[in-house]
Design a protein around this ligand. Structure first.
Ligand SMILES: Cc1cc2nc3c(=O)[nH]c(=O)nc-3n(C[C@H](O)[C@H](O)[C@H](O)COP(=O)(O)OP(=O)(O)OC[C@H]3O[C@@H](n4cnc5c(N)ncnc54)[C@H](O)[C@@H]3O)c2cc1C
Length: 404
């Protein structure tokens, strides 16, 4: 079968690799550069334990405080607020107890076995040297906060996540360079994988793929006989039997003219990188100071602090105060970090229920976007589901593009 994949992030590239390996002819369309694509600057964790959707009753309860406190890890880009209202309303609905539990169960099903899928993919592309598997930590400021988090963590365990609670001493034994007493307790997700360079992993996936790469932006998508026509900003037109739309946060721009209205928006995320020679890393595994909403991830030659959420749509410049808050949060744990060497803002493609949209929307039109906070994690699973959809096999109802 002849396929055009639109999007060169981890989702599009993994799909192109998988479809090529299954014997399909694949062309991959993506602009040569997209500084705000999410797949390069993320926290690099394969978060099999991330079964909680973003919208939960707890978030709903705290939302006013989170949104209007400038220091909080969740912010709204004020000038964009009116445009974001429809997404936010759906998000509120998805945060109610029943919906949140349904979304949690669907996420747990998607995440099952994902570490094995990533190990297999990394082996296939020659990327095992970029993988570490020492687990990841959620760190709580006080012992009371750790205790308060326990029921939620046990709910994750019931859905298949491995979790161990650590007291202050056990955390210190595991990460001795953490300032003593900074955290009162932690949750360890043992065996969690992470990548020491997500951009390099993406490059390896792309290099292994048999897809023909076309450096352009898709500007139009239209039915053409039994197939599809993709128009590019270069003026070129590609005729194809099937199209896979995997353009992250940008995906729905191409779909609106086809009458497909999918509630995709973006949660803008930020990172700072602190250059540190090997051996000077203060952590041996990713650690999330929970109240700050970001991860420290030890990466090659640097410590990356990546995360936080700013609801802000596409096309607006980054908010410098979000980097300032991130740096303040990083220094609240490690006061002696050097000045940040790099800073970045990227667009998470986010759906109000935190479930990605994967599957056939119309004959020959497959959608694969909306992975929010866990797109790196879910890339191999998504590619396998897209391959299923193209071969006419069913994809799970929870991922169906028809649920909206
Ligand atoms: C701060 C931060 C931390 C994160 N941490 C983690 C983590 O630890 N673990 C995890 O699993 N996930 C994490 N994520 C989420 C993860 O990075 C994303 O879910 C994932 O990268 C989305 O991949 P994607 O391929 O769908 O989108 P993107 O990576 O954004 O790629 C979209 C692609 O589409 C292309 N494109 C856009 N428009 C067009 C067009 N018109 N025509 C052709 N191509 C187009 C772009 O150029 C780009 O190549 C994090 C995200 C952020 C921001």
């Amino acid at each position: 079968m002849d396929c055009v994949v639109i999007g060169g992030g981890i989702i599009g590239q993994t799909i192109a690799l998988r479809l090529g390996a299954a014997g399909h002819g694949v062309r991959l369309v993506a602009p040569a550069e997209e500084p705000h694509m999410a797949s390069t600057g993320n926290a690099g964790t394969v978060a099999a334990y991330a079964v909680d959707p973003v919208g939960t009753p707890g978030v709903l309860r705290d939302l006013p405080r989170l949104l209007f406190d400038r220091a909080s890890p969740l912010a709204i880009h004020r000038p964009s607020a009116p445009m974001l209202a429809p997404w936010l309303l759906r998000f509120l609905g998805q945060s109610l107890p029943r919906a949140a539990q349904r979304n949690r169960e669907a996420l747990a099903a998607l995440l099952a076995g994902i570490e094995d899928d990533w190990r297999a993919l990394a082996t296939e592309v020659g990327g095992t040297g970029l993988i570490r598997d020492r687990g990841a930590l959620y760190a709580y400021d006080t012992a009371e906060a750790a205790e308060a988090a326990r029921p939620g963590l046990m709910r994750r365990r019931a859905l298949g996540a491995s979790v161990e609670m650590l007291d202050r001493a056990a955390l210190h034994a595991l990460e001795p360079a953490l300032p003593e007493g900074r955290f009162g307790g932690a949750a360890l997700f043992p065996g969690t994988l992470w990548f020491t360079d997500p951009a390099r992993m993406l490059a390896l996936v792309a290099a292994r793929s048999t897809a023909t790469r076309i450096a352009a932006r898709a500007t139009g998508l239209a039915r053409r006989g039994a197939g599809w026509r993709v128009t590019l900003d270069s003026g070129e037109r590609l005729e194809t039997e099937t199209v896979v739309v995997a353009a992250g946060a940008w995906s729905t721009r191409l779909l609106r003219p086809l009458g497909l209205r999918i509630p995709l928006d973006t949660e803008r995320g930020y990172h700072l990188e602190f250059d540190l020679p090997e051996g000077d890393q203060p952590l041996t595994r990713p650690l999330c100071p929970v109240t700050r909403g970001f991860y420290f991830t030890p990466m090659q030659g640097r410590l990356r602090a990546a995360g936080t959420v700013e609801l802000g749509g596409i096309g607006k410049p980054p908010s410098p105060h979000r980097w300032a808050r991130l740096e303040e949060g990083a220094r609240s744990v490690f006061p002696d970090l050097p000045a940040p060497a790099r800073r970045w803002m990227g667009l998470r493609p986010s759906i109000p229920d935190s479930l990605p949209v994967i599957g056939m929307a119309q004959p020959g039109l497959v959608l694969a976007f909306g992975h929010g906070h866990i797109g790196l994690t879910l890339a191999p699973k998504t590619a396998a589901l897209v391959e299923r959809a193209l071969s006419g096999r069913e994809t799970p109802a929870s991922t169906s593009p028809h649920r909206f």
